[in-house]
Design a protein around this ligand. Structure first.
Ligand SMILES: [Zn+2]
Length: 369
């Protein structure tokens, strides 16, 4: 999970066809640690989900609090959706919709705005920058802090430049608009970093705990989310950000823009790439890639995941040393996870198509005379 890793299967000998795969593991973003509380904590207000987005479609929680006391990282369910030392919740929104439509950030509970920051540009850190920034203080991001009284605060980070519309000292009601989800500060993807705090100690709203107690302890915690928020926040262990075809192995940065995607290839194409950008993939998951060519031929490749990763890019290529048949290509990608029964559960199942266009006809209508 911590390193940039390309794995290319298959070789480039000039056989009739090649079928391979690659894998690019994601890198987590970095944020600073926090202090510890030592006293009984009064209950905070019940909080709302702080982003207006559809959690079944255009947003999800990529990172939760880290409950592993050591150098490993485990979320409150003992799953992998966190990174070492993460003390907040990262609510990721889809790209490039975060720019086009904008996802509102709203006050999780009523209170008084205590701090705001704006003016930091929205720019995705490259994977190299994320790696180099590890262990350093995070860069400032556009943010809001709301004081709810009794020592409780909520914190909203990585907001969009120019979007913060509240001012320090302003009273806000629950659900009041604060700004938009963005890409400012030390991050490589658009999201809201959110946490509760009690007298300076970050508190996980899923458990009321501060993390690092071990994920078994987290099972005994209590949720500070409202009933409405809880209804939206069932834990999802994995899913798909995006999938598509291209003419080369895409980089993460290219996926954010959507510019790599191809649905129609020109005549004479002799290779294509298909990729699936996933989150929450786990060691031992089994994947299967199948391609059906326009001439009816079918090829299949199976593999098992070797490294758990909060986000990963799985990719496949198909090529020949002569032009590929023209027409429509059907792709199916499945990811299975060993379940309680003997048969693994299919947790991801994608069908997609692309087309290789035919040569234009050489027989054209003679010019009028
Ligand atoms: Zn975060």
């Amino acid at each position: 999970m911590e390193s940039l890793l390309w794995r290319i299967l298959g070789n480039r000998k000039p056989g009739r066809f090649r079928l391979g795969s690659f894998f690019l593991a994601g890198l987590p973003l970095l944020l600073s640690g926090t202090v510890h509380a030592e006293e009984a904590v009064p209950l905070p207000p019940l909080i709302n989900f702080p982003v207006v987005c559809d959690t079944s479609k255009d947003c999800f929680i990529q990172h939760y609090f880290d409950y592993d006391p050591g150098p490993e990282a485990l979320d409150h369910t003992c799953g992998i959706l966190t990174y070492n030392g993460h003390q907040g919740i990262d609510i990721r929104v889809s790209s490039p919709q975060w720019m086009e439509k904008g996802f509102p950030v709203i006050a999780a509970a009523k209170g008084k705005v205590e701090l705001t920051k704006d003016g930091v540009p929205d720019r995705a850190f490259s994977q190299d920058e994320i790696r180099l920034s590890r262990g350093l203080a995070p860069k400032p991001s556009n943010s809001v802090v709301i004081n709810h009284g009794d020592g409780w605060r909520t914190h909203y980070g990585h907001m969009r430049q120019g979007s913060v519309i509240v001012k320090a000292g302003q009273e806000v009601s629950q659900g009041a608009l604060l700004g938009l989800v963005g890409l400012s500060g030390s991050t490589s993807f658009p999201h809201l970093h959110f946490h509760l705090s009690y007298k300076g100690t970050n508190i996980d709203p899923f458990t009321g705990l501060e993390g690092k107690e071990g994920c078994e302890a987290a099972a005994e915690g209590r949720s500070y989310w409202s009933a409405d928020a809880n209804a939206k926040l069932g834990y999802k262990s994995g899913g798909v950000f995006k999938t598509g075809f291209s003419d080369h192995f895409p980089r993460y940065e290219e996926l954010e823009t959507g510019n790599v995607e191809i649905n129609q290839y020109p005549p004479g194409t002799n290779e294509f790439y298909f990729w699936v950008n996933l989150w929450g993939i786990r060691k031992g998951d089994q994947e299967e890639f199948r391609v059906r060519l326009p001439d009816g031929d079918t090829y299949q490749k199976s593999d098992s995941i070797k490294i758990s990763s909060v986000q990963g890019l799985r990719g496949f290529f198909y090529s020949r040393n002569i032009p590929l048949p023209t027409g429509v290509y059907h792709i199916n990608y499945k990811l299975r996870r060993p379940g309680k029964q003997d048969t693994p559960d299919v947790i991801i199942n994608i069908d997609d198509t692309m087309e290789i266009l035919p040569q234009p006809s050489i027989f054209t209508r003679p010019p009028d005379e």
